[in-house]
Design a protein around this ligand. Structure first.
Ligand SMILES: Cc1cc2nc3c(=O)[nH]c(=O)nc-3n(C[C@H](O)[C@H](O)[C@H](O)COP(=O)(O)O)c2cc1C
Length: 189
C-alpha cells in the first residue's frame, strides 16, 4: 500500500495540550502507510482579504504545506462550543485566494477531546460544517469525541487507557481505509 502524507492540525496552541498528546498517540497508533506530520499555524497572521494580493510568507508556506499533503487530520479542543480561533484562522488562510483553496478535495478526519464529558462535540461539528463547505470529504464514522481527556495521560504524556488506545487504533485504521477509498474513487473518475 502506498504511503500517505497526513497533515495533522492540533487546535490547541498551549504547550501541555491534551489534544496534542492525543495527536501524538494517534501518530503512534496509525497503520504504517500513514505518515503523520504536525502542521503548525499558531504564528499565522490573522486572515485579512486586503493581503490577498501580496500574502505574508507564513500564509504561503502554510498553504503549500497543506497542498502537498494527501490527507488532513484535525485534533481539536472545544472553545465556547466551537473551534479555537487559531484553527478557524488556519482554515480561512488555507481557503484563499478564492478558487485556490489548499483544502479542496483532501480526505479528512476530525477528533475532538475535552476534560468534559461530551468530548468537544460542538467543536467537532462546527469543524465538520466548515469542512463540508471546503470540500474536505470527512470520514463520517467512527465519530470521535474523547471525553475525560485529562485522565488519559500520565506525567510523561503517555496514553494510559487501554480502551481509548483500542478506539484510537481503530479510528486510524478506518481513516487509512477512508483515504484509500477516496483515492481509488478519484483514480476511477
Ligand atoms: C477559551 C476556552 C473556552 C473553553 N470552552 C470549552 C467548551 O466549550 N467545552 C469544553 O468541553 N471545554 C471548554 N474549555 C476547556 C477545554 O476543553 C480545556 O481547557 C482543554 O484542556 C483544552 O484543550 P487542550 O488541553 O488541548 O489545550 C474551554 C477552555 C478555554 C481556554
Amino acid at each position: 500500500m502506498s504511503e500517505r502524507d497526513v497533515a495533522v492540525l492540533v487546535g490547541s496552541l498551549r504547550k501541555d495540550s491534551l489534544n496534542r498528546k492525543l495527536a501524538h498517540a494517534l501518530a503512534e497508533l496509525a497503520p504504517p502507510e500513514l505518515k503523520l506530520s504536525f502542521v503548525e499555524f499558531g504564528d499565522l497572521p490573522l486572515y485579512n482579504q486586503d493581503l490577498d494580493q501580496n500574502p505574508p510568507e507564513a500564509w504561503r508556506a502554510f498553504r503549500n504545506r497543506v497542498k502537498a499533503a494527501d490527507a488532513v487530520l484535525f485534533v481539536t479542543p472545544e472553545y465556547n462550543r466551537s473551534v479555537p480561533g487559531g484553527l478557524k484562522n488556519a482554515l480561512d488562510v488555507g481557503s484563499r485566494p478564492y478558487g485556490q483553496s489548499a483544502w479542496n478535495g483532501k480526505p479528512g478526519a476530525v477528533i475532538s477531546a475535552s476534560p468534559g464529558s461530551i468530548g468537544g462535540f460542538g467543536a467537532n461539528h462546527h469543524l465538520r460544517q466548515m469542512l463540508t463547505y471546503l470540500n474536505v470529504p470527512t470520514m463520517p464514522q467512527p465519530e470521535a469525541y474523547v471525553g475525560g481527556a485529562d485522565k488519559l495521560f500520565d506525567e510523561s504524556s503517555k496514553l494510559v487507557n487501554d480502551s481509548t488506545r483500542k478506539f484510537l487504533q481503530s479510528f486510524m485504521q478506518a481513516f487509512a481505509g477512508w483515504i484509500a477509498m477516496y483515492n481509488d474513487a478519484k483514480m476511477r473518475a
